[in-house]
Ligand binder design. Structure first.
Ligand SMILES: [Zn+2]
Ligand SMILES: [Zn+2]
Length: 345
C-alpha cells in the first residue's frame, strides 16, 4: 500500500483478499469508528461537537432549512374538509421531483458531466456505465433517474401527502413549535437516529434471499454508485424505505419535521451515494459520499446500517474500511471457515 498524495488518497495494491480486486480509488485514511455518543465513560462535550459539526453539518442543517422553507412556502394549503385531494399530492410530487432533480442533478453535473474535480476523492475508479444490459436503456444514470423519479418520488410524495393531510385533520397527533419547543428540538435530533435505525431494520430484511432477488437487487445493480443511485430502488423497497413516515402517526410531530423526513430519506441518499468522499468547491472540502455505505455496495454482506447507529458493530457485520476488516470478511466468506476455527488456512 502506498500513500499517494496530500489528499490522503490510498492506492490499494494489496491485491485480492476476497476473490475480487479491491480497486484503486480514494480511501479515507482512518477506519470508520463508532461516534462518541456511544463512548463509555460518556463524552458529552465531544458528543455534542460531533453531532453539530460532523453528523448534522452541513447536510442535516441544509435539509432542516429546506423543510422549514418548504412547509411555509412550498406546500399547498390543506383544506379542513374532504379527503387528501389529488392537487395536494400533485404539488408535493412536483416539489419533491424538482428538489431531487436539483440535488442529484447538480451533483451529477458537477462531479460527472463537468468532472470538476476529476477522480479526486472518488471511491471507485470506474464511471457510470453506458453499455450494461443490467440497466434500462443500457445507461446507469438514465436507469437510476427513472427509478428515483417514477417510483421513488411517487411513493415518498404519497406518504408525505397522506401524513400532512392526516395532521391537518387532527387524525394523527401534532405538536407546535411555540408551545412544544424543547420537545420538538429533541424529537428532531432523535429522528435522525430513529430513521437510521429504521433503515438498518428494513435493509436487513431486504437482504433476506427471496426479497433480495426480487426487490433489493435493483438497487445493488449499482456497485459503483452516483447521485441518482440514492433512491434508485424497486417500488416495494420504496414502500419499506419511506414507511418511516408512519412513525408520525403515533409520535406527535410538527409538519416541518414530517417534510424533513422525506428530505432526509429522499434527498440525503443523493449525497451519500455521490461516489465522492468530498466535494471540492472553491478550495473547500465539503463532506459528501458515505464510505461506510459504499463498502456495502462493494461487498453486499457488510454495513447494513449507517455508522451513526451501532447495529453493524453489535451484529459483527461492520467493515470499517481497513485491511484488517477486509481480511476478516474474506475469512468469514470462506466455506467452512467456522469449522476450521475461522483462521486463514
Ligand atoms: Zn445504497
Ligand atoms: Zn443492500
Amino acid at each position: 500500500m502506498s500513500q499517494r498524495n496530500s489528499h490522503e488518497t490510498w492506492e490499494i495494491v494489496l491485491g485480492d483478499l476476497n476473490g475480487t480486486n479491491r480497486s484503486a480509488g480514494y480511501r479515507p485514511a482512518d477506519p470508520i469508528g463508532l461516534p462518541p455518543i456511544f463512548a463509555w465513560p460518556m463524552k458529552p462535550i465531544r458528543s455534542v461537537k460531533w453531532l453539530l459539526s460532523e453528523f448534522l453539518f452541513p447536510w442535516g442543517f441544509i435539509f432542516v432549512g429546506l423543510a422549514v422553507v418548504s412547509w411555509n412556502w412550498l406546500t399547498p394549503e390543506i383544506g379542513e374538509s374532504g379527503g387528501p385531494a389529488l392537487s395536494l399530492f400533485v404539488i408535493i410530487w412536483l416539489r419533491n421531483c424538482a428538489l431531487l432533480s436539483l440535488v442529484a442533478g447538480l451533483l451529477h453535473w458537477y462531479l460527472y458531466s463537468k468532472s470538476s474535480q476529476g477522480a479526486e476523492f472518488k471511491f471507485s475508479p470506474r464511471w457510470p456505465s453506458k453499455t450494461s444490459s443490467r440497466f434500462l436503456w443500457r445507461n446507469q444514470v438514465y436507469d437510476n433517474a427513472f427509478w428515483s423519479i417514477a417510483s421513488g418520488v411517487t411513493v415518498w410524495s404519497t406518504f408525505e401527502a397522506i401524513t400532512l393531510w392526516a395532521w391537518t385533520r387532527g387524525i394523527i397527533p401534532g405538536a407546535s413549535w411555540s408551545t412544544n419547543t424543547g420537545y420538538l428540538i429533541a424529537a428532531t435530533v432523535i429522528f435522525f437516529f430513529a430513521s437510521s435505525s429504521h433503515f438498518y431494520l428494513t435493509h436487513r430484511l431486504l437482504h433476506w434471499k427471496p426479497l433480495y432477488r426480487s426487490v433489493h437487487e435493483l438497487h445493488h445493480r449499482n456497485v459503483n454508485t452516483g447521485p441518482w443511485t440514492g433512491i434508485s430502488m424497486h417500488p416495494v423497497e420504496h414502500i419499506l424505505f419511506f414507511s418511516m413516515f408512519f412513525v408520525w402517526w403515533i409520535v406527535p410531530m410538527h409538519p416541518s419535521v414530517i417534510i424533513l423526513t422525506g428530505f432526509f430519506k429522499g434527498l440525503g441518499p443523493a449525497v451519500s451515494h455521490s461516489g465522492f468522499d468530498r466535494l471540492l468547491v472553491s478550495r473547500r472540502r465539503i463532506p459528501a459520499g458515505d464510505w461506510f455505505h459504499d463498502l456495502h455496495h462493494r461487498h453486499f454482506e457488510v454495513n447494513y446500517g449507517n455508522p451513526e447507529v451501532p447495529f453493524d458493530w453489535l451484529m459483527k457485520t461492520c467493515h470499517d474500511g481497513s485491511d484488517e476488516a477486509q481480511r476478516s470478511m474474506a475469512v468469514r466468506r470462506r466455506p467452512h471457515s467456522s469449522a476450521s476455527g475461522g483462521a486463514a488456512s
